[in-house]
Design a protein around this ligand. Structure first.
Ligand SMILES: NC(=O)c1ccc[n+]([C@@H]2O[C@H](COP(=O)([O-])OP(=O)(O)OC[C@H]3O[C@@H](n4cnc5c(N)ncnc54)[C@H](O)[C@@H]3O)[C@@H](O)[C@H]2O)c1
Ligand SMILES: [Zn+2]
Length: 375
């Protein structure tokens, strides 16, 4: 096994696990899994697109280690697969394969497959272990870590789910080589989020190295970026696993972003990370206008987000229909984080320092959005 593997520990007592970050890791998945979780058979559940490019290497490695259970279970690519229908199909296929309680399920793909398979693992035989093999930047820096799993229903996104921590995360940076650039950029919005919410030094590093991070010309810097994000998320999750407090900071940019995603119909018109990018700019601007952070903060955030090729304003989104500020506010009110009707916002006191605020009413938010859209 390569020596240039970074390792981040998620310290959760008996549910602790390691995140492995490096190049060429998929080809070593068999021995990595055997070393960390001896004695288990592993069923592979994969995103159809990802299976084509990265399936053969992982299947070979699992086969050579003698731990592969059955044929890979293939899930159609796309958010629509995070559904009860796919959950039923996948779990029943795994049962028919004879997967036992002490075995494990490997999720190969982005956040869609990670959420679906993580949830399947939480309910299969009342819970089996899951190994996450994230193949999008978003999944490597965010969704594969922390144990939030779930599916969507017509009532909303991620409303059915469970906390189920993975037993191992294997983030192979080489998989990003086949990721469409739009998806890569969208994942980068979550990277920027970590800088803004918890480390000015990291944000400043991003400002100087983002070109290399996006074009992949410096694998070392990419590894360092993914590691820093995972360390920050691991720290927050270890302190607040089920989001009773600090973990909510990870939603920076997401309350605004979620409303924009919903207004765009959760479609290719606006990817999650693109909505987060605009959400980060809006949260910075709202913070600055309300005197929470120094003047110039919002402009600096917007400059970096735009330089990375991400959208910064609501005006740049083609929603496919007319969207008015009050409609966005209504969508924000449906957010899971709303407590008894009061808006819960994550705001900035500076770059690298976020806080949770319940001090601003819906009217102020609507006025703010009005200005952002027409001002
Ligand atoms: N659990 C959490 O904490 C958490 C956090 C953030 C987001 N999420 C969830 O994550 C999902 C979004 O994840 P995502 O952005 O990774 O989307 P995704 O999994 O749908 O992947 C995006 C697209 O990229 C393709 N793809 C993935 N890896 C590839 C690769 N290496 N090469 C080529 N194509 C590849 C996929 O087939 C898909 O078409 C959403 O469902 C969201 O709710 C969960
Ligand atoms: Zn997100």
């Amino acid at each position: 096994m390569s020596e240039s593997i970074c390792r981040v520990e998620v310290a959760l007592g008996p549910r602790s696990y390691a995140i492995l970050i490096g190049q060429g890791l998929i080809a070593t998945a068999g021995p990595q899994i055997t070393a960390a979780l001896p004695g288990a058979k592993a069923a592979l559940v994969a995103d159809a697109t990802v299976l084509k490019s990265h399936g053969p290497a992982i299947v070979r490695s699992l086969g050579e280690a003698g731990i592969l259970a059955g044929e890979p279970v293939i899930v159609p690519s796309g958010e629509a697969s995070k559904s009860f229908g796919e959950l039923e199909r996948v779990t029943r296929q795994l049962l028919q394969m004879g997967l036992e309680r002490r075995d494990l399920i490997i999720a190969l793909g982005g956040g869609m497959i990670g959420d679906l398979v993580g949830f399947a693992a939480s309910i299969l035989r009342r819970g089996v272990r899951a190994v996450q093999v994230p193949t999008t930047l978003l999944a490597q820096v965010d969704s594969s870590v922390g144990g939030k799993t779930g599916i969507n229903t017509p009532e909303g996104k991620n409303l059915i789910g469970a906390f189920h921590q993975p037993s191992l995360v294997i983030a192979d940076l080489d998989t990003l080589g086949t990721l469409p650039v739009r998806e890569l950029r969208a994942g980068y919005a979550e990277v920027v989020k970590y800088g803004l919410l918890g480390s000015k030094a990291f944000f400043e590093r991003l400002e100087t190295s983002f070109t290399r991070l996006l074009d992949g010309s410096s694998p070392e810097e990419r590894a360092d970026m993914v590691k820093t994000c995972c360390e920050m998320k691991a720290g927050i999750v270890a302190r607040d696993e089920t989001e009773t407090g600090e973990r909510a900071l990870l939603n920076l940019g997401h309350t605004f972003g979620h409303a924009l995603e919903a207004a765009a119909g959760f479609s290719q018109r606006l990817l999650h990370g693109e909505a987060v990018a605009i959400g980060l700019c809006l949260a910075s601007r709202f913070s600055e206008l309300n005197g929470h952070c120094p003047k110039g903060t919002a402009e600096r955030v917007e400059r970096h987000v735009a330089a990375a090729g991400l959208p910064v304003s609501i005006g740049s989104v083609s929603f496919g229909r007319t969207v008015i500020p009050s409609a966005l506010v209504r969508l924000m009110q449906q957010d899971k984080k709303v407590v008894r009707g009061n808006p819960t916002l994550v705001l900035l006191s500076d770059i690298g320092s976020a806080f949770i605020s319940r001090d601003h009413g819906w009217e102020a938010i609507e006025r703010f959005l009005e200005n952002q859209m027409h001002g």
